[in-house]
Design a protein around this ligand. Structure first.
Ligand SMILES: [Fe+2]
Length: 402
């Protein structure tokens, strides 16, 4: 029998916001998309008034792929130099070293080329070049004084959305902690989305980064600071991942799937830059730091369980998201639809080939309590749509995912 909540379409859903809705939405990045748009890079530099840029990338992309040579060619004399010191998880000492290199060349713009680590490293370099000192001097929220030198971001993975976000996470290896930066001035000026530069991504990285994008979308859709504009971006991003992730995994050269995944990552990045993320990211940050599990993989393992945990209070939101993703929940109650969403995400993760349990990713059961405790001090947890900042609750989710 259909209950009174079944049969609603997204357009007929109950009011998601009241008359007291207030928000601001800041998204200044110029986004240029298309196969081959990399060739327009010199023009994009001119657009931001820069004469000589430094490229910030990693040694793998520089040495094992022809992509950085392509950049050299298209930039010509607008290229000041290529810095290849980016490491996995952007790191403070490398940011300072990169800033020293860029400063020695007298460059007036940075171009990040790579995944989230390259983009976050370039954000750090832009901070140090503009504000002086070391990157450790500037961590925190809305603390930057000056407009940063122009930053053009070229993502080679489809997941972080860092090319449009106001956040950077930079590891302080000496202090063994992650520094968080949140500032409107960190949003890159231009994002160049060229599907052709992502075709070389291996299947496991395609899957992990794609699930990171889905997690941004699903978390932003229920986060406390959400608003109707971030909702639209998040719902569209989730629908794109649902439709295109496996296609990109199975056919690496499929430029349609690659392009739509870049757009999914970008839309999800805009959504979470406005709305924040939540419990899944708080737990994934801890699991990543303690056990070296890839950020996207950690999110993927945890996401279905976070959805089930949140569904106790947020099943109406999840039903709307399930409808937007094309799941067959028109005749389902909110609770059933939320469970269908969790199951659909779990199915996507299994089909992508990623591990589905924490134990399969090398996390020992004995560590769950300490991880649950540590997650309480992660900044993302405060934005979660259901109150989660209690060690019993975080442990409940970790146990479910173990
Ligand atoms: Fe993420």
């Amino acid at each position: 029998m259909r209950d009174d909540l079944s049969g609603r379409t997204l357009a007929e859903a109950r009011d998601a916001y009241g008359a007291d809705l207030q928000f601001s939405f800041y998204q200044p990045t110029r986004i240029t998309f298309g196969v081959g748009v990399l060739r327009e890079l010199a023009l994009e530099l001119k657009r931001v008034g820069a004469a000589r840029a430094v490229v910030v990338t990693d040694s793998f992309l520089a040495e094992k792929t022809p992509l950085v040579d392509q950049l050299r060619k298209v930039l010509g004399d607008r290229l000041a130099g290529v810095w290849t010191g980016v490491v996995a998880d952007a790191e403070a000492d490398t940011v300072d070293a990169g800033a020293g290199y860029a400063r020695s060349l007298g460059c007036d713009a940075v171009i990040s080329f790579g995944g989230g680590s390259a983009i976050d490293t370039a954000k750090g370099i832009a901070i140090v070049i503009t504000e002086g000192g070391q990157i450790r001097d500037h961590q925190g929220s809305q603390r930057l004084e000056r407009r940063l030198i122009p930053h053009l971001a070229i993502p080679t993975t489809a997941g972080t959305g860092s090319e449009v976000s106001c956040f950077a996470v930079i590891k302080d290896a000496r202090a063994k902690e992650k520094m968080h930066f949140a500032d409107d001035k960190l949003v890159p000026d231009i994002a160049v989305l060229d599907p052709a530069v992502t075709v070389g991504m291996p299947r496991s990285l395609t899957a992990a980064t794609g699930l990171d994008a889905l997690t941004h979308a699903v978390e932003a859709f229920v986060a406390l600071p959400r608003n109707p504009l971030s909702d639209g971006l998040a719902a569209h991003a989730a629908a794109l991942v649902q439709r295109y992730l496996l296609r990109a995994c199975e056919n690496p050269g499929d430029l349609v799937a690659r392009g739509q995944m870049l757009l999914a990552s970008n839309a999800a990045g805009q959504a979470f830059s406005a709305a924040g993320v939540g419990l899944c990211h708080a737990l994934a940050h801890v699991i990543g730091a303690r056990h070296h599990v890839h950020h996207g993989t950690a999110n993927a393992i945890l996401l279905p369980h976070v959805v089930r945990f949140n569904a106790v209070e947020l099943s109406d939101r999840y039903r709307d998201l399930a409808l937007a993703m094309g799941l067959d929940v028109r005749d389902s109650s909110e609770a059933v639809a939320a469970e269908a969403l969790a199951n659909a995400i779990a199915d996507l993760i299994s089909a992508s080939g990623l591990p589905t349990r924490l134990r399969d990713a090398g996390v020992p059961e004995a560590d769950l309590s300490a991880s649950a405790e540590q997650a309480l001090s992660d900044g993302a947890i405060v934005y979660n749509g259901r109150f989660a900042a209690d060690a019993e609750l975080t442990l409940e989710v970790l146990r479910a995912a173990f």
